[in-house]
Design a protein around this ligand. Structure first.
Ligand code: NAD
Ligand code: TDX
Length: 337
């Protein structure tokens, strides 16, 4: 089996490739990634080269996508996106071109090549924000995105839906809650707090710290995507969630305790504009129809994650200093802009 993964040098894509190749030794992955600031080839170190073909390219460029599909692939798993909500508030252009137009370029290329299966990796954020006592999101809830990021992801979900409806495009959509785990870019909440805690730096908690997220270990997300890739029903949406709702303050305190850092490092800062109050996912459909359940509980998963950052200081220091960009030059002899 040969699959094309987009965005495989990012956090979830690289974890997915690592997990998929270890669980499916016959698999070959073509990894198309533009290496934006969020893409890091060091995330892919140790992945068997015989089964992993990295291609630097942009999903917005038809020729790059056609080149990656080559003579054909058995499936496409589409992770590539601009993903950081705060960046989308500062400037939304790349969110629209990559998340929306890039997805349409992929749909068209996949249709031309007759790719038989496409998994579109979406997010809980497309549903908007939940009231404190409202039931968790189900797949039939309306899409009410509140940030430029989530609006762009919702738009891409609509393009996938429209392609299925109009052309019987063989796609399945996953919508997952917040992921944590190894190789997450330290602008996101968990790795930012872990690495700051390990170095004794302040940890900026937005607003009152009572916003709620539902956390899932990235390996469980990878397993969910694989289940949907293999057995998901075409045209369907599957929510993925960890049954682990927590306030940001609870997560922050947990991390600081695990890192052996004082809770006084938590610093309240101005809130994110339009900050969604609560996300919670109902993954019953995925559990019932495809037999998926999370393997990690939050306490074990976050402890393992803090340990990972503790033992992979070189990785995150290179990201924080910007030195990770030099790696591409050493490997491929070109410069990253
Ligand atoms: P990330 O930001 O860590 O990685 C994104 C990757 O996409 C990077 O390697 C980047 O170089 C690449 N990329 C960006 N623009 C590209 C383009 N135009 N062409 C080719 N490659 C490009 O993101 P992540 O956290 O790994 O998220 C992956 C996917 O999962 C996204 O679609 C995101 O919306 C979704 N998702 C993320 C979470 C989460 O908690 N992180 C939760 C649910 C869903
Ligand atoms: O410094 C911070 N302080 C803080 O309090 C940061 C970076 C975040 N936060 C808060 C904002 C959120 O309530 O922590 C929560 C998590 O923030 P992020 O890590 O930025 O994630 P979120 O905005 O919830 O979105 C994430 O989950 C869904 C991913 O970044 C998305 O790509 C995914 O779709």
């Amino acid at each position: 089996m040969r699959i094309l993964v987009t965005g495989g040098a990012g956090f979830i894509g690289s974890n997915f490739i690592r997990w998929a190749l270890s669980d499916h030794p016959q698999l070959t992955v073509v990894n198309l990634d533009a290496l934006t600031y969020a893409g890091n080839l060091q995330n892919l170190e140790g992945i068997p080269a015989a089964h992993h073909v990295f291609m630097r390219g942009d999903i917005r460029r038809r020729e790059d996508v056609d080149g990656a599909i080559g003579d054909g692939v058995d499936a496409i798993v589409h992770f590539a996106a601009e993903t950081h909500v705060d960046r989308s508030i500062l400037a939304a252009d790349d969110f629209l071109t990559t998340n929306v137009l890039g997805t349409q370029v992929l749909i068209e290329a996949a249709r031309r090549a007759g790719v038989p299966r496409f998994v579109h990796v979406s997010t809980d954020e497309v549903y908007g924000s939940l009231a404190p006592d409202a039931p968790a999101f189900t797949e039939t809830d309306p899409l009410e995105p509140n940030s430029p990021y989530s609006a762009s992801k919702a738009a891409s979900d609509h393009l996938i839906r429209a392609a299925f409806h109009t052309f019987q495009f063989p796609a399945v959509i996953t919508r997952c809650s917040n992921n944590y785990g190894p190789y997450q870019f330290p602008e996101k909440f968990v790795p930012l707090f872990v690495t700051n805690a390990l170095t004794g730096e302040p940890c900026p908690l937005y607003g009152d710290g009572e916003n709620v997220r539902d956390w899932l270990h990235v390996e469980d997300h990878a397993r969910a995507i694989w289940a949907v890739l293999e057995r998901g029903q075409l045209g369907e949406v599957y929510n993925v969630g960890g049954h682990a709702e927590m306030t940001n303050r609870q997560v922050a305190e947990h991390i600081l305790d695990l890192a052996g850092a004082p809770r006084s490092l938590i610093r309240p800062v101005a809130d994110r504009p339009g900050h969604d109050r609560r996300y919670a996912m109902n993954p019953d459909k995925l559990e019932r129809e495809l037999g998926w359940t999370p393997k990690w509980n939050f306490a074990d998963g976050i402890a393992a994650t803090v340990s990972w950052y503790r033992t992979h200081e070189d990785w995150w220091r290179a990201v924080k200093s910007g030195a990770y960009r030099d790696y591409y030059e050493r490997q491929y002899g070109g410069r990253l802009s």
